[in-house]
Design a protein around this ligand. Sequence first.
Ligand code: PEP
Ligand code: MG
Length: 758
Amino acid sequence: MAKEHVELICNIGELAGLFEKSTSLENFLQTAVSTVAFHMHAAVCSVYLYDEASGDLILSANQGLNPDYIGRLRMKIGEGLVGIAIKELRAIREGNASHNPAFKHVPGINEERFQAFLAVPIVRGLTRVGVLVVQDPVPDYFDQNDTRALQAIATQLATVIENAKLLMTLHRMENPTPAPTVPHVAADLKFQHGLAVSPGYAFGRATIFGGTEDDLDGDDPGLAGKFTLADFERSVQTTEQQLTVLQTKMEERLEDVASMIFSAHILILRDSMFSGAMVHRIEHGQTPRDAIVAVATDYIHRFAASDNPRLREKVQDLKDLSRRLLRNLKPGDENAADYHGRVIVARELLPSDILKLVAQRASGLLLIDGGATSHIAILARSLQLPMVLIDNRDMLDLPETAELLLDGDQGTIYVNPSDDVRRRYQELQQSSRDAEKLPPPENAVACTTDGEHIAVMANINMLSELKLARHFRAAGVGLYRSEFPFIVRNDFPSEEEQFRVYRSLLKQMHGHEVVFRTLDVGGDKMLSYFPSVNEANPFLGLRALRFSLRYKDIFSRQLRALLRAGEGHTLQIMFPMVASVDDFVAARDVVSDCCRQLAQEQVPHNPAPRLGAMVELPSAVEVAPELAAEADFLSIGGNDLVQYVLAVDRTNAQMSDAYLAYHPSILRALKRIADAAIAAGKPVSFCGEMATDPHMLPFLVGIGIRRLSVEPRQIPRVRQCIATQCLADVRAQALHLLTLGRISEVEHTLGIKRTPAA
Ligand code: PEP
Ligand code: MG
């Protein structure tokens, strides 16, 4: 099969287009199989969905076989080639399927003449969703490339197909008793102090994310009466257009992470039981407003009461969709339908929620107590969404008429601020905006006053940040956090999707160095689709490299994508949270296995990547000399190093005064790591936030670190700070600091005044 078909099907626009052509869930699946058959040039394509209740695979859509079997043909797990594909979670490719003794002949389905057979499991995280099958009369029609293409298609479709499946099961569920609603309490909250997470100011009306469903229409009197069925139909159309535009724009802006983020909304809207039920009610005399609220409320209760966490996750999508339908009853105000200009107050957010909020132009985010994972914080910064973390649940009871001013630099919140406060902030906002327009530096080298060069590189989470990194002439990417496409999407990206992201990153950096960090999940960086083992202490559990070494298939898929993307480039890969030399060696062995496999398959790749270890655990500090001997380079992850050496949760606002980068133990640990790398003649870089702290930066340079990696927008500041330092002085000061045993002594020397925790 020609490669462009693979390209085409990997194109999100094509898949998103499936919604446009379908009018119901069943019809969506049917359109999906026709599209896949078309692109794979296959005579037959089928989707089997796995029904957990019965343990059966059910033929749910098909093109090319006897349609009478749709919904009726069932296979057990392990039965026939389709059953084996789902049981063993592997692709099955046969030149002539009937020659395989496991092939199950189904009389009457008319598949006798289709000899070539290819089946791939559809899996979302660890959940078995179903099997995608193509067949063709020409023997040996499918090759290895087709297998990869079909796997990539199955991965891309997995989330949507699973959502479709969930909605179908929902229709069979009993209607549960509604959950009690929480009354609104108008709180008397004027000024709040929290933790500054993502800089910038936001001013706008408060919107409680995850609020109760009784506020669906925001008590808007303009929505009562007067509307007709035609208004409702127009609203459905407008809603769909808006969602499609939002989806397309986000995919253009964030190609690596924003895949199909509004797919659940569109799918629900297309569900005839949803909008169809509304039409039915309107035709029987209900007002469109009441019909939308009644059906949406029913759905919300069903979703919220479901045992399936994936359905419960969709409650917010459903509320958003219903609000959008209500707002669109009134034509004219485009922005009324989304979060334009709003300050969002939330207790909990999924990473994909942040993307949806940014797509809908929310202006700021206020997260209540433990809801902030470090990745939510990093995402907010990457997307330039001002954010504050606060430990006050009363904020969740704010009325939506409240206006909030959020200062993401200071971590402060004003509720209904006076005109005076607002004006002051507007002025500040103006000057900070101007700072963003800083001209690019004339040369890319950062130098101390006595001529020592320091490479200032960029930490990149999403490809969209590369622009700023290039603008500030970053010396390269010192840390690419590869987990973002994994965390923000709804499923593991396929090898092909990862390959595209990594290749694009290398290409956009025009030959500058790029250090890829392999998947760093676990702890607070959870994958919503991967059932977390019930860990009492996830920060000390299955995370980062431990996760990759436990799930070698996921690890290998990522390494293969990296090795392939790195062909013709200098490829640097580093492993997060290496806990021992043994872990590092084990990871290196997996890289070697992947290189061997790719060579055997004759797939172009980089056969000799440089491999580094991140030092962020006390155990790694202890064996830093041995790690430095084995690795090609070391990189210090200061954020976690502080967390693990001091036993202070980096996401806990109440403990922020104990999270001290300048603690004597940290200073000494840093020195030992730098010494170990320098003694072994290996490069060592630093990529935690400490590198942007003007108190710590001179210390890092003073102990011999010459490579720093920081958020792109921090690059000019860091360069400026370096330019004011004299190497001889910072060396002397570092040596002095290393003699101090008390925090207070370090504070005194550095002139630091500690602020109490929020
Ligand atoms: C760190 O721990 O310092 C680091 C760079 O990694 P992350 O912030 O992604 O955990
Ligand atoms: Mg880390």
